[in-house]
Design a protein around this ligand. Structure first.
Ligand SMILES: *[C@@H]1O[C@H](CO)[C@@H](O)[C@H](O)[C@H]1NC(C)=O
Ligand SMILES: *[C@@H]1O[C@H](CO)[C@@H](O)[C@H](O)[C@H]1NC(C)=O
Ligand SMILES: *[C@@H]1O[C@H](CO)[C@@H](O)[C@H](O)[C@H]1NC(C)=O
Ligand SMILES: *[C@@H]1O[C@H](CO)[C@@H](O)[C@H](O)[C@H]1NC(C)=O
Ligand SMILES: *[C@@H]1O[C@H](CO)[C@@H](O)[C@H](O)[C@H]1NC(C)=O
Ligand SMILES: *[C@@H]1O[C@H](CO)[C@@H](O)[C@H](O)[C@H]1NC(C)=O
Ligand SMILES: *[C@@H]1O[C@H](CO)[C@@H](O)[C@H](O)[C@H]1NC(C)=O
Ligand SMILES: *[C@@H]1O[C@H](CO)[C@@H](O)[C@H](O)[C@H]1NC(C)=O
Ligand SMILES: *[C@@H]1O[C@H](CO)[C@@H](O)[C@H](O)[C@H]1NC(C)=O
Length: 233
């Protein structure tokens, strides 16, 4: 098939705006034929069939490294329990504004929320060992459309976090609190207070959000930007 230069450029910009999960190893490439990041819940990528081929992730939380292509995107990280999860009802990271392109890494993703979510599902202590689950990452950008990617994991308390050398945000990559539309005008010059844990990751556009820390002080949603993308969540 021969693409005109125009179509090629359009595809190029579409692709660069997508994202990938680098760790834990994703289900499979969502850039491959027959897949699409626009498809809920996991980009039409089939779940990992071989149980030994899932990344071991600690039930007290693990690392998540993304390669992101947007200038910014509202980002969510959820977990669904089971070998072929369809119900991503544990929210590790509520919407935050992931800014910048390149590598984005959370060392210990939504720690307290994971522990609480597992507990709610009756999974504590030994019971959680070996339980299969799927991490779902959702990014919603300027157009309001949602992009999905998933990574299949097995809970294992011996699983280690990524080392600092493997888990660092690119320069100018970080996250900021989502602001309410009616407060936006007031936030200029008074960035939201940053958590001590992530203050070094503050971007030039504002203070860092304490993602992965309980609460996080994340504000409201800029409804106008979200559009139809929210409906599927
Ligand atoms: C494990 O997963 C990777 C990535 O999806 C794949 O390339 C590989 O073939 C799988 N290995 C097995 C044994 O299923
Ligand atoms: C999604 O996957 C199914 C099963 O592999 C396939 O039939 C379908 O065409 C895929 N959808 C898209 C939009 O690629
Ligand atoms: C996994 O879930 C998907 C979506 O619900 C379904 O199409 C598929 O058949 C399931 N696979 C298995 C092995 O159950
Ligand atoms: C980020 O975006 C800029 C401008 O679009 C581009 O020049 C740069 O290569 C991108 N960086 C990465 C790591 O994708
Ligand atoms: C989430 O779904 C799992 C089953 O997939 C269920 O066991 C658990 O109770 C649910 N948790 C909440 C908080 O609804
Ligand atoms: C957890 O990981 C260790 C080290 O890879 C392995 O020996 C053990 O069997 C795993 N436990 C479960 C329940 O999968
Ligand atoms: C990356 O940025 C986010 C948002 O500011 C922050 O929570 C996280 O801790 C940073 N990652 C690392 C490895 O510092
Ligand atoms: C996210 O941050 C970028 C860069 O600061 C900003 O342009 C964008 O409006 C923010 N989006 C939301 C929904 O807060
Ligand atoms: C914006 O700031 C002004 C002055 O501090 C204050 O009076 C006003 O209530 C603020 N508006 C909003 C929506 O927070």
């Amino acid at each position: 098939m021969i693409f005109s230069p125009f179509v090629f450029l359009a595809l190029l910009s579409l692709t660069s705006a997508h994202f990938s999960i680098e760790y834990p190893y994703w289900r499979g490439s969502s850039f491959a034929e027959g897949t699409s990041q626009w498809i809920f819940p996991c980009a039409n990528v089939t779940e990992t069939a071989d149980p030994t081929n899932r990344t071991a992730w600690s039930p007290t939380s693990g690392s998540l490294r993304l390669h992101v292509g947007h200038h910014w995107a509202l980002t969510y990280v959820n977990i669904g329990l089971g070998p072929n999860a369809t119900n991503f009802n544990i929210s590790l990271v509520d919407h935050f504004n992931q800014t910048g392109n390149g590598t984005f890494c959370l060392k210990e993703t939504g720690k307290s929320k994971l522990v609480a979510g597992l507990k709610a599902a009756g999974l504590e202590g030994e019971a959680v060992e070996g339980v299969q689950a799927t991490l779902q990452v959702v990014q919603i950008s300027t157009t309001g459309g949602a992009l999905y990617n998933c990574a299949d994991i097995t809970f294992n308390s011996t699983a280690a976090l990524l080392a600092d050398s493997e888990c660092a945000n690119s320069t100018d990559v970080g996250g900021i609190t989502v602001v309410n539309a009616n407060e936006a005008a007031n936030t200029t010059g008074t960035p939201p207070s940053s958590s001590t844990a992530s203050s070094t990751a503050a971007t030039s556009s504002g203070a860092a959000v304490g993602i992965g820390v309980a609460g996080g002080g994340i504000g409201g949603i800029l409804v106008a930007v979200l559009g139809a993308g929210m409906a599927v969540l």
